[in-house]
Design a protein around this ligand. Structure first.
Ligand code: KG4
Ligand code: ZN
Length: 342
């Protein structure tokens, strides 16, 4: 195929994102522009993403994000070969804004439109950054998702296991809240954990006693809450060191569980590559354990740069190109789906 250039639009959660990605004739990818307008400060006062606020922010900012991406790429709509847009899963208000914009642009220009599953966007990122060959194992660990995916082609995913309750990022955020740390909590918990004693509190390793690759994180959160309350009851408050030790114990439990389940997933699906995506993949302690597990299984470990691990438009543009090359396009009937398992 010739070079193909796509606009990608992402608005499924709390990032308004647009990007322009080109696939060269040799299959390599170039990110010509990637604009991500986060909404952290809008939601921070509420301690979590508020769907109504997110929907309004996407509606207000999407046009600007798309214009900024095109202008950074130095391209006009006429230089594109297609438009990719996240059609789900996610918050319905944001998804609708993105879809309406994509449909309008497609109708006005005659460009093909391709609806993309947000999870496929994450799952295909190793092919955007490193031209990885099929098949590979993807561990997706974010604030909203936690699953092992056997990736065998642009339309071929098999879920080997997933969380039965919270996602790990959600657990990091809740622990941060319990300990009075800012949101989103992951990076703050990691920073505290760095100078904590991970062995002072013995937190559970949920579901390790059961076979398979499913995960659970909500019991861990309850255990941290109980330990915190015991310390407060005994001493009348938490010292800085108490807080660091609680963070360290919690983070080690998450890392241990992810490592063991990854070991099992690689045993069930023995492939030469383990890739991670999602905000939690930024955690150095977790990364280090996963790297060891991959090495033990003789697999390469790949973690895309953080800005491509978290939500972005480039992964949507790329997934759209892959679907397009597989012969898939959508029409004006494309619907937003708040739930859409891969
Ligand atoms: O992928 P992402 O940007 O958004 C979605 O959830 O889709 O992930 C955000 C999540 C948040 O829960 C945040 O606390 C977590 O990733 N996170 C981390 C770290 N950095 C971000 N968790 C643990 N350690 C980190 N360094
Ligand atoms: Zn995501």
């Amino acid at each position: 195929a010739d070079r193909i250039t796509f606009l990608g639009i992402e608005s499924s959660c709390d990032d308004t994102a647009a990007a322009v990605v080109r696939r060269e004739a040799d299959g390599s990818a170039v990110i010509l522009a990637s604009v991500v307008e986060g909404q952290v400060s809008l939601h921070a006062p509420f301690g979590g993403v508020v769907p109504e606020i997110a929907a309004r922010a996407h509606a207000e900012r999407l046009d600007h994000a798309v214009e900024a991406a095109l202008s950074q790429a130095g391209l006009g709509l006429g230089d594109l070969d297609g438009i990719a847009v996240t059609a789900g899963p996610g918050l319905i208000g944001g998804l609708l804004s993105g879809l309406m914009l994509a449909k309008g642009l497609s109708a006005a220009t005659g460009l093909p439109m391709v609806g993309v599953n947000h999870l496929a966007g994450h799952a295909l990122t190793p092919r955007l950054t490193d031209a990885c060959a099929w098949p590979y194992l993807m561990l997706l660990v974010s604030g909203g998702h936690c699953q092992f995916l056997a990736v065998e082609g642009p339309e071929s995913y098999r879920r080997l296991g997933s969380t039965i309750d919270d996602a790990p990022g959600e657990a990091f955020d809740k622990i941060a809240k319990l300990l009075g740390l800012p949101q989103p909590g992951g990076p703050f918990v990691e920073r505290e954990a760095a100078s904590g004693d991970a062995r002072r509190f013995r937190f559970p390793r949920p579901l390790l006693d059961r076979p398979g690759c499913d995960l659970s994180f909500s019991g861990l959160k309850t255990a941290v809450l109980r330990a915190r309350d015991e310390v407060i009851a005994a001493k009348g408050g938490l010292t800085l060191q108490d807080r660091r030790d609680l963070c360290a114990g919690f983070q080690l439990a998450v890392a241990d569980v992810l490592a063991e389940k990854t070991r099992r997933a690689l045993a069930a699906f023995p492939v030469p590559l383990l890739a991670v995506a999602g905000g939690v993949a930024a955690n150095q302690a977790i990364r280090a354990k996963l790297e060891t597990v991959a090495a033990e299984a003789g697999a390469t470990f790949l973690a895309p740069p953080l800005r491509l691990c978290t939500d972005n438009g480039a992964m949507i543009a790329w997934a759209g190109i892959e679907r397009f090359l597989a012969g898939e396009t959508d029409d004006a009937g494309l619907a937003a789906r708040s739930r859409w398992p891969l």
